[in-house]
Design a protein around this ligand. Structure first.
Ligand SMILES: NC(=O)c1ccc[n+]([C@@H]2O[C@H](COP(=O)([O-])OP(=O)(O)OC[C@H]3O[C@@H](n4cnc5c(N)ncnc54)[C@H](O)[C@@H]3O)[C@@H](O)[C@H]2O)c1
Length: 277
């Protein structure tokens, strides 16, 4: 029998989460959601100042929400980490376990974007896309999945992209790196299924973050994202809105939680229906 889900805000009480790319955007929304539901969070990002500032904001928000001084149920530790560096990932995982205990949940959010015609991508951009978007997922999973298997439980969620499954003009290298991350996560899920470790993918569509806005070269772009762009073979968003980071974080939290206990190797599109799947 699965463990009973903890009630209310304590959905992740006693759980330890390791999150990459936590400094802003979708990663920030993920750590906020897990922390708000009781998890202890090891929040990492290549931008160390961003996660340190986030930790300070969360501490301030917790103080305001609990004027009697009751501590929040989980802890929140920020850490600078480049997921493309395997030695740094190994060291960060060791520190996370030493500080917070065995990791129950891994969420891979760290990602970089590079756009341009498929045959005009230079070697450095190709290598960095794969080192971060695919290599980062490999590095964290390699450090964390075996220990999860030894304990007989764990959940790994990779935030990939709808572009991993839907061809996009100007996104060949990015989409290929996200497809690699997606299939690595699914194969990992197959190999680790009998050990009680579930591995799933969240595939966001257009989500309002700094990365998304870097694609908006003029004021007409948000309209074209919503209504579609036939010149780029791009669908409209049927639900009629660009996602908030919290929309993606809620899907991540579901897959990370015991409520998804019989779900593994799945790819959940959070795209307002744009991929028409
Ligand atoms: N925003 C979108 O529309 C969208 C759509 C589909 C997929 N995604 C994916 O969702 C994830 C989060 O995207 P976002 O929109 O919040 O992006 P963002 O650029 O706003 O945030 C990405 C975070 O990852 C961090 N990061 C970058 N390289 C890193 C590295 N080597 N090691 C550790 N951290 C690193 C950045 O510092 C940043 O804090 C990414 O993987 C992105 O590819 C985003």
């Amino acid at each position: 029998m699965p463990e009973a889900a903890a009630p209310g805000h304590a959905r992740f009480a006693g759980r330890v989460a390791f999150v990459t790319g936590a400094g802003r955007g979708i990663g920030e929304a993920v750590v906020r959601t897990l922390y708000a539901h009781g998890a202890s969070v090891f929040a990492t990002d290549i931008d160390g100042e961003a996660v340190t500032a986030l930790a300070a904001r969360l501490a301030e928000e917790a103080r305001a929400a609990r004027p009697d001084g009751t501590p929040p149920p989980g802890r929140f530790l920020p850490r600078r980490l480049d997921v493309a560096d395997p030695d740094a990932v190994r060291a960060a995982v060791a520190d996370a376990v030493a500080e917070l205990g065995p990791v129950d949940i891994l969420v891979n959010v760290a990602g970089v974007l590079h756009t341009g015609p498929a045959t005009a991508v230079d070697d450095a951009a190709w290598d960095r896309l794969f080192a971060v978007n695919a290599g980062g997922v490999f590095h964290t999973a390699r450090e964390l999945a075996p220990a999860m298997a030894e304990r007989g439980r764990g959940s790994i969620v990779t935030v990939a992209s709808d572009a991993a499954g839907v061809p996009r003009v100007g996104m060949a290298a990015y989409a290929a790196s996200k497809a690699a991350a997606t299939m690595f996560t699914k194969c990992l899920g197959l190999e680790y299924a009998r050990s009680g470790v579930r591995c799933n993918v969240v595939a966001p569509g257009s989500t309002d973050t700094a990365m998304q806005r870097s694609l908006w070269e003029d004021d007409s772009v948000p309209h074209r994202v919503l209504e579609g762009d036939p010149g780029r073979y791009r669908n409209a968003i049927p639900l009629g809105r660009i996602a908030d980071p919290a929309d993606v974080a809620d899907a991540v939290a579901f897959l990370a939680s015991d409520e998804a206990r019989h779900i593994t190797m799945q790819q959940l599109y959070v795209d307002g229906g744009a991929s028409l799947r």
